[in-house]
Design a protein around this ligand. Structure first.
Ligand code: BES
Ligand code: ZN
Ligand code: ZN
Length: 500
């Protein structure tokens, strides 16, 4: 467990185990790095001129037993060249610090935050980013290990700044804490295996997490889903012994007359592919196929904890995709909630089917916008790898809001094309639609075109395909686990919500 505290103090008035100072890379190669706590810089003068401290981004160097000011050890955390420091580099620096704190085996560190920047505006922004980085990097999933294998370290990080009482700084600290906690909440849902994170369990987690907040969460059972004519969700759930759930989350932070913003997330708790079964290699990764659902649940928790003055709703269709004896077969035709029929030519393209009903239901609420997210296609992984989330929208004001939000959150997104050509490719032969494209390639765009058929006329809508970004596989950001769910999109979605 890592706890992070904020102190309105001058660092030189404190004593403790470890002092953390920032170092910045010199603008010229032959010049030494700059340490932003002058006293420390003087004390470490030789080390700096020998360039042991380079100040480069995400460098963290410990000086054990430095016995400096009232502290025993000193850690220098690099921020890179002054002109290139951004919220994201600060977030990454925080992750580097967490790693170093763990390897130093210190349990307490005091961060001299006044050294991060001289700008007031930046210091609030960087405070949020640093706190996010600390919490995100501290996440670990070991609740399923026996107790002697669990990480036990208790780390206390103290953020020390003279302006700790400033409203903007305190608010930034608060926001960073909530955003990271809700992203970590989403990671945990993703990391839980399919046998434990069933549709029912996912619904229960959402209900439990919302207790004591202004969020109202309900979960429809199979009977209710049948009554609501959700043929897409039922068709996918047909092959599984686990009952589906349709999770509904509501938050009213503004007048009831204000239109809500609606989130929809794919809650496929395990995707075997169904009768069109997937190859066994890496099939275990398909426990992450509910990360879209986890992202919107995390987003709603954050919105309510931040007490945003907006209305927001979220819908998570949750089911397994299994090849049981009652499973949907290739060629079967099902009817979505809005009456449109689809032939299922590949039972592995199931995400779009469960989302169809959820998008219909979301549209019926007449929301301001609809945002959906899903681990929808392998094609997006081919197109963008695992750094950028691909998003689709035909609404340019919404596109601008998304870009602005992602710049703030640091989560990388990439705008993908969605046209009438893609819609044409999804026409069915025996039903209105086919769940697979008749054309070659552009598998993510045709999937998006399918989803678009269930979005109400005139409602601004964007779809985020997180198949490549929902879990880390070793080559991602250093505040993500080396392997596991990333909690991606929570931070960006909250930033989008804040714009309404
Ligand atoms: N859950 C998968 C998409 C996926 C693939 C997520 C790889 C994460 C990593 C989805 O349900 C799926 O299987 N999609 C198919 C669609 C195809 C049959 C049209 C795919 O992308 O192969
Ligand atoms: Zn699938
Ligand atoms: Zn899937």
């Amino acid at each position: 467990m890592t706890q992070v505290h904020l102190h309105a103090k001058d660092i030189s008035t404190l004593t403790g185990q470890t002092l953390v100072v920032f170092s910045k890379a010199a603008s010229q190669k032959d010049k030494p790095a700059k340490i932003t706590h002058t006293e420390t810089a003087k004390a470490l003068a030789e080390t700096i001129s020998d360039k042991i401290v380079s100040g480069s981004a995400s460098e963290a160097i410990s000086f054990r037993e430095a016995r400096f000011l009232g502290f025993r050890h000193v850690i220098c955390v690099g921020l890179g060249a002054e002109s290139k420091i951004s919220a994201e580099s600060v977030r990454q620096a925080a992750a580097a610090l967490i790693k170093e704190v763990k390897s130093l085996k210190t349990t307490e560190a005091f961060v001299h935050f006044d050294g991060v920047t001289a700008s007031k505006k930046e210091s609030a922004e960087f405070m949020q980013a640093f706190v996010e980085g600390l919490h995100l990097a501290s996440y670990s999933f070991d609740e399923l290990k026996s107790s002697d294998k669990k990480t036990k370290e208790d780390i206390q990080i103290h953020m020390v700044t003279k302006s700790g009482k400033d409203k903007a700084i305190a608010q930034a600290f608060h926001e960073g804490t909530i955003l990271a906690a809700c992203s970590n909440f989403a990671k945990r849902l993703g990391d839980m295996p399919g046998n434990l994170m069933t549709p029912t369990a996912l619904a229960d987690e959402a209900i439990r997490a919302a207790k004591g907040t202004a969020l109202k969460v309900t979960a429809w059972d199979k009977k209710r889903i049948e009554k609501e004519k959700m043929g897409g969700l039922l068709g996918v759930a047909a092959g599984s012994a686990q009952e589906p759930r349709f999770i509904v989350m509501e938050y009213f932070g503004a007048a009831k007359t204000k239109k809500p913003i609606a989130f929809v997330g794919k809650g496929l708790t395990f995707d075997t592919g169904g009768i069109s079964i997937k190859p066994s290699a890496k099939m275990e990764e398909m426990k992450y196929d509910m990360c879209g659902g986890a992202a919107v649940i995390g987003t709603m928790l954050a919105i309510s904890q931040l007490k945003l003055k907006i209305n927001a709703v979220a819908y998570v269709p949750a089911t397994e995709n299994m090849p049981g004896s009652r499973a949907t077969k290739p060629g079967d035709v099902h009817t979505a909630r809005n009456g449109k029929t689809f032939e299922i030519n590949n039972t592995d393209a199931e995400g779009r089917l469960i989302l169809s009903d959820a998008l219909c239901y979301a549209s019926e609420q007449k929301p301001e916008i609809i945002i959906d997210t899903a681990t929808l296609t392998g094609a997006i992984v081919v197109a963008l790898g695992n750094v950028h989330t691909g998003y689709f929208t035909r609404n340019s004001p919404l596109k601008s809001k998304i870009e602005k939000a992602a710049t703030k959150s640091g989560e990388l997104v990439w705008n993908m094309p969605l046209t009438d050509y893609h819609v044409k490719d999804m026409k069915g032969t025996f039903a209105d639609l086919s769940n697979v494209s008749s054309a070659n390639g552009a598998g993510s765009a045709t999937a998006a075109a399918f989803l678009e058929q269930f979005v109400g006329e005139g409602i601004p809508w964007a779809h985020f395909d997180i198949a490549g970004t929902a879990w880390a596989c070793g080559n991602r950001l250093n505040y993500c686990s080396a392997k596991g769910a990333t909690g991606v999109m929570v931070r960006t979605f909250v930033e989008i919500a804040k714009q309404y």
